[in-house]
Design a protein around this ligand. Structure first.
Ligand SMILES: *[C@@H]1O[C@H](CO)[C@@H](O)[C@H](O)[C@H]1NC(C)=O
Ligand SMILES: *[C@@H]1O[C@H](CO)[C@@H](O)[C@H](O)[C@H]1NC(C)=O
Length: 372
């Protein structure tokens, strides 16, 4: 009896020890074999925690400067001023401390320098030597046709910002994909066949080609023309509604260069109108938007056949509707159209870049790159 019960309690103790041992070794093995699962949350936690702390304490200038790189807007491009908080409120870009306060120069991580504001004698550039950690950004939103070559700045910069995709900081409003197909899109009510909004008609800006094509096209089909250049100024509030009311919109660039595809294309895409583009080759457009979302003038041997095609589409709703198939999976959004907002996207894109990149960088022979 005594033996039996002692054997029983021994067995019982053994079972408990074994169970505990198995549990311990399982735990050890689990921790051992999945280090990432255990380390990562800790790393992830540190950041939001300090961020929160930061916001609670204060959002003032000095506070923000402690960890966000400073981006100094050396001059306001064309003196178009906007609220420096717009990057946050419009694009949710908050990676840098954006300022126009030159007294922060010696502490500035990056300086944004607008090409057209550089004087021939270079006296409008920031002072040299620059702090060793500081980067200068060459900002140019014009095409080569409308860019003046100021000698002496070819090797001064660290980063390039332009419409070119091979810039360090390419600037463009892009289509975004929707995981859930959008089935709700309705083509807006159309009241006109073809429209064109044109504000600049200055010869030296290279508009000769688009004017010639427009002139030829208008011989075969009526085009509603709006804008400063034609004396019928379109109010900002009417810009998108007017484009939406047309079946086709002439998105003609002022000069033809690789990647030089401007907001002229974005307007019709955003509001539900088919763009008819004149600019770089179709393949270049297809880098940014689906091939069945637009009509390229190069798709036709001449303006007359384009006009005939557009008139045919006017009578064929089914074929016209196919130009909007892309909308189920991608979205375009309206661009900023107020005059003083012309450079907001470029400046905010620079802010976003500066917030993410600390790498050493030199930009060499910027003209050779930009003009050739
Ligand atoms: C935060 O900074 C602002 C200046 O931007 C200042 O007026 C305010 O008193 C500060 N608040 C605290 C709690 O330090
Ligand atoms: C920026 O470029 C200049 C000139 O090319 C170079 O001297 C400087 O070291 C660069 N600085 C950084 C932070 O990349």
């Amino acid at each position: 009896m005594l033996n039996k019960s002692s054997t029983g309690s021994q067995l019982c103790r053994l079972a408990v020890i074994l169970t505990v041992a198995v549990l311990i070794s399982l735990t050890v093995m689990f921790v051992w074999t999945s280090p990432q699962t255990f380390c990562l949350p800790q790393q992830l936690l540190i950041k939001p925690d300090s961020d929160r702390h930061h916001v609670e304490k204060n959002n003032s200038l000095d506070e923000a400067m402690v960890d966000k790189p400073i981006l100094l807007l050396w001059v306001w491009p064309q003196d178009y001023r906007f609220d420096l908080n717009d990057c946050k409120t419009i694009y949710n870009i908050d990676g840098c401390h954006l300022t126009d306060d030159r007294s922060l120069y010696s502490n500035t991580d990056a300086v944004l320098i607008f090409h057209r504001a550089i004087s021939q004698d270079l006296s409008t550039l920031p002072p040299s030597p620059r702090p060793p950690f500081q980067k200068w950004i060459w900002m140019n939103v014009e095409s080569p046709t409308n860019t003046q070559q100021i000698p002496g700045i070819e090797n001064l910069f660290n980063l390039t910002l332009s419409y070119r995709e091979d810039s360090d900081i390419p600037v463009r409003l892009r289509l975004t994909s929707n995981k859930i197909p959008d089935e709700d899109f309705k083509i807006p009510k159309k009241e006109r066949l073809i429209c064109w909004v044109v504000s600049n008609n200055l010869k030296w800006t290279g508009v000769g080609m688009r004017n010639a094509y427009f002139h030829e096209l208008s011989k075969h089909v009526y085009i509603h023309v709006y804008g400063k250049a034609y004396g019928s100024f379109l109010d900002y509030n009417d810009y998108f509604p007017t484009i939406a009311s047309c079946k086709f919109y002439l998105a003609f660039e002022n000069s033809i260069h690789k990647d030089y595809i401007t907001e002229k294309l974005n307007g019709p895409l955003a509001v539900g109108t088919v763009p008819v583009v004149l600019g770089p080759p179709r393949k270049n457009y297809e880098r940014f938007i689906p091939g069945d979302s637009f009509i390229h003038v190069d798709d036709f041997p001449d303006a007359k056949s384009l006009a005939e095609y557009l008139k045919r589409l006017d009578l064929d709703d089914e074929a016209y509707r196919r130009y909007f198939n892309w909308r189920r999976h991608f979205s375009a959004r309206p661009h900023l159209i107020l005059q003083n907002q012309e450079f907001v996207l470029a400046i905010c894109t620079a802010c976003d870049y500066v917030g993410r990149h600390k790498e050493y960088k030199e930009a060499h022979d910027i003209y050779e790159w930009f003009f050739n």
